[in-house]
Design a protein. Structure first.
Length: 467
């Protein structure tokens, strides 16, 4: 029913009642004598959360026998008015709305209650219009598919929309880690992952919040297809006869790749080879009781529908690169003792020492390398030591006829029955410097004697053991 119709009906009923007992003319006379009505209440705007309560003030001065109307215009359908009260009579049923002396109270507020509430008079035409904005929690209403598939190198955009009052803010996060940008959270309606790879796969979360109630969230999972990727724990694995060797490759791929080991053109399969998988990414080839014919190249091969990837692991009996252990500062004027250690499963049979003089100053001129080959004395296993500790062999060599207070460079390589190790990194050392100015002769003599004793004892012990 339109408001004008409602008002008209109401006024007709009022007029009919007034005509009873011939009081109509007296009533009209009373109206003409009253002072003009005036609203004491002023328009207000209210913001109330869902479930709350609001009171709309509608205080009129000099109302007399006039009838005040209370009506509602929804924000969602502003052209459709709803008349709630005309005077003290309830027109539209709404148990949540009650009339008090100078106000109207609405309880248990719903989202549909948002709109304009007007207190109106028609004689003369006056009104006070209040605005009610209903606040409600954020709610995600549309997102990208909850699961997306992409191929490595493609771009993926995730979108998320939400409604709420106040307008929600949307933040993105990732389960169990950072976003590709490196941050823990980003704000916006969408997030784009450029040139995606396996590290971007996972579950992404969009969360909408506006400070009302609990935040709303939704999850989207990205699965990335990519050809297998392989890394090895050791690209060169040193071992020896009778030992057990474990070759390991770490394989990632989606879909999950099939993995096998190959030696040359043939798949590895025999009683002494055991292939294991930890259920995730670690694939191992175990070779029991290693013999000479087991040494060589082994290929870890992984395949899925995106392609094939291979990685080689070398099983060798060669010694590892020697590691220098001597101090760069020499204790003798004309002699320096190099010491080093190397890991070898087989005894070291000989070693090569190369050294050269290095000039001082800006030019740092270097002389030619002097190269010498020496036979190593077999090292005796230490009493009650496990076999594994004997893999590390400690060695030394005294270089005679050096110049005092001079810088030198040296490098060492060692050989066992399988061949030579790579040479050690170039090592810098110097022979003993001259006595500093101001040092007493007795102090210098004492220090020299101590150095001589220490170096002589150390050299004798090392050389007697290995040369």
């Amino acid at each position: 029913m339109r408001i004008s119709g409602c008002i008209l009906t109401f006024l007709l009923i009022t007029a009919a009642a007034a005509q009873k007992d011939d009081e109509y003319e007296d009533y009209a006379a009373d109206l003409s004598d009253t002072e003009p009505p005036q609203f004491l209440s002023v328009p207000e705007e209210f913001s109330v959360e869902v479930g709350g309560e609001i009171t709309f003030p509608c205080h009129v001065q000099h109302l007399g026998k006039r009838q005040m109307v209370f009506q509602f215009n929804s924000f969602t359908a502003p052209s459709k008015e709803k008349l709630y009260f005309a005077g003290t009579s309830r027109i539209s049923a709404n148990r949540r709305l009650r009339k008090d002396e100078h106000s109207f109270t609405l309880t248990n507020i719903k989202r549909s209650d948002a709109g304009q509430y007007a207190c109106k008079l028609y004689d003369p035409p006056l009104q006070v219009v209040h605005v009610l904005r209903v606040q409600y929690p954020a709610m995600i209403r549309r997102i990208s598919p909850d699961k997306q598939h992409a191929v490595k190198g493609e771009s993926v955009t995730l979108q998320c929309e939400a409604e709420g009052n106040p307008e929600p803010a949307i933040h993105w996060s990732r389960r169990g880690g950072r976003l590709p940008s490196g941050s823990h959270s980003e704000e916006g309606l969408s997030i784009t992952l450029e040139k995606i790879d396996r590290r971007e796969a996972g579950t992404y979360v969009c969360t909408a919040s506006n400070g009302i109630g609990e935040p709303s969230s939704a999850e989207m999972r990205i699965e990335v297809e990519y050809r297998p990727e392989i890394t090895t724990e050791e690209s060169i694995l040193h071992t020896g006869n009778g030992d057990e060797a474990k070759l390991v490759c770490i394989v990632h791929g989606h879909p999950a790749p099939t993995v096998h080991w190959r030696r040359g053109d043939h798949l590895v399969a025999s009683d002494k080879h055991l292939m294991t998988h930890d259920g995730e990414h670690r694939h191992s080839l175990i070779i029991r009781d290693v013999q000479d014919d087991d040494f060589g190249d082994y290929t870890c091969s992984a395949k899925n529908r995106q392609g094939v990837t291979e990685q080689t692991v070398v099983l060798t009996g060669l010694p590892k690169v020697p590691k220098m252990t001597s101090s760069p500062a020499g204790g003798e004027k004309e002699t320096y003792t190099l010491t080093w250690e190397t890991e070898s499963f087989s005894p070291i049979v000989q070693y090569r020492v190369q050294f050269r003089k290095v000039g001082r100053g800006e030019s740092r001129n270097k002389s030619a390398w002097k190269d010498s080959l020496y036979t190593a004395k077999p090292q005796r296993p230490r009493h009650n030591q496990p076999r594994s500790s004997n893999r590390v062999q400690v060695m030394g060599h005294a270089i005679p006829n050096l110049d005092p207070a001079t810088d030198y460079q040296a490098t060492v390589a060692v050989e066992n029955k399988f061949g030579w190790s790579p040479p050690s990194p170039v090592f810098q050392f110097h022979t003993r410097k001259e006595v500093a100015d101001g040092q007493s002769a007795s102090t210098a003599s004492t220090m020299q004697s101590l150095r001589t004793v220490c170096v002589t004892v150390l050299s004798a012990v090392i050389i007697s053991a290995f040369v």
